[in-house]
Design a protein around this ligand. Structure first.
Ligand code: ATP
Length: 364
């Protein structure tokens, strides 16, 4: 096991900048997730650590060793891709043993390691089968097993669950987390799926356009996003963003004045006519009731567009009256509202975010 350190790394492909300037240090034994939209550079970072991709600038350390010029197979990392890449002519047991055989470990030791890995991944009953006799989920477990059997210093996973169906993805995700608890290998996991990032990570690295937007544990990133991109990327359903203008001590949206409190005013120092983006998560909006203390809320009337039952609750997609401004919120599963209804909702003032319109930076 080893820590992984990236120091100002960059990778250009001709005039395409895949990664611009990445610096981070992953402590020994932690599970980090790189997350971001398609094309943000996640896979390039992972492949650079594995030695499958060269970098144009910067330094990569595994443990205390500078590995920039060390070939992939000498870096002692194991990588798992989304398309399992098992050897089709070998059995599951032989696939699991492959890396160990290459290292010329003793036969008895190999057998014992294969059994241990197979047990921890629940694939003992499949050891004699060939890959084509396995389901996608089973194949992916074998691929994970093959990678961990040789106990690499670093475990690299590139969207390993994306080819699995929803149920299997959830199950395998849980197994992966358990596996990490058991073996504690430094793990770097790439995904564009924010649920995977939130559930698996000790720390999440949010990327956009080849740059780091924020690094933090899942709870902190969710509660204190550094900017609008992070705020809207993490969270399902995503955060609402409402364009507002500051006028006479209020945010104005759609001719409606939402008075701002002195704390927001002091922190923002707004000037007349200044535009902001106001962010609020769907779970921080509720249907207005007379019992609630109106003071702690903004009250807004919306027209319902779509009602999506999610089982435990209902996602309501609405628009601010006579506008195209979307506002999504969650209500109890037994709510009876329907498309076209007008309802008044309350935005919890304690849960508001204010973003700078052009930079997207979180101001409040
Ligand atoms: P995805 O989630 O879609 O896999 P990603 O975040 O992993 O995306 P990368 O695969 O790292 O993104 O690619 C980052 C950028 O670099 C993209 O714009 C991509 O088109 C570009 N890129 C990656 N590999 C190459 C290459 N070999 N040649 C040219 N451009 C490349």
């Amino acid at each position: 096991m080893a820590k992984v350190k990236l120091q100002n790394i960059a990778r250009k492909f001709g005039n395409v900048t895949a990664i611009e300037n990445i610096t981070l240090e992953i402590p020994n034994g932690e599970f980090w997730v790189l997350v971001g939209p398609s094309g943000c550079g996640k896979s390039t970072i992972l492949r650079a650590i594995a030695g499958l991709e060269s970098i144009t600038e910067g330094e990569i350390y595994i443990g205390n060793t500078l590995v920039n010029h060390i070939p992939a197979r000498q870096r002692d990392v194991a990588m798992v891709f989304q398309n399992y890449a098992l050897y089709p002519h070998l059995t599951v047991a032989e696939n699991l043993a492959f890396g160990l055989r290459m290292r010329r470990e003793a036969k008895a030791e190999i057998n014992q390691k294969v059994q241990t890995v197979a047990r921890s991944l629940n694939i003992e009953h499949l050891l004699k089968r060939k890959p084509k006799q396995l389901s996608g989920g089973q194949q992916q477990r074998v691929a994970l097993g093959r990678a961990i059997a040789r106990v690499p210093q670093v475990f690299l996973l590139d969207e390993p669950l994306s080819n699995l169906d929803a149920q299997l993805r959830d199950d395998t995700r849980t197994e992966l987390k358990q596996l990490h608890h058991q073996v504690g290998i430094t793990t770097i996991y790439v995904t564009h799926d924010q649920t995977e990032a939130m559930t698996l990570a000790d720390r999440i690295v949010v990327l956009k356009d080849g740059n780091i937007q924020q690094i933090g544990n899942p709870q902190t990133i969710y509660a204190q996003p550094a900017n609008r991109m992070v705020a809207t990327f993490l969270g399902n359903p995503p955060m609402n963003i409402l364009p507002v203008t500051y006028l006479n001590g209020s945010f104005v949206i759609n001719n409606q004045f939402l008075p701002i409190n002195s704390e927001i005013e002091q922190r923002l120092h707004p000037i007349q006519g200044q535009n902001f983006d106001l962010g609020i998560r769907p779970e921080d909006i509720q249907l207005a009731t007379s019992e609630l203390n109106q003071k702690g809320y903004y009250t807004i009337t919306v027209e319902i567009n779509i009602v999506e039952p999610l089982g435990r609750e209902i996602l309501v997609k609405s628009k601010l009256l006579d506008t195209n401004i979307n506002l999504d919120f969650l209500v109890a599963a037994d709510w009876q509202g329907k498309q076209g209804d007008r309802v008044t909702v309350q935005l919890d003032l304690k849960r508001l975010f204010i973003f700078d319109v052009s930079s997207g930076k979180t101001l409040f």
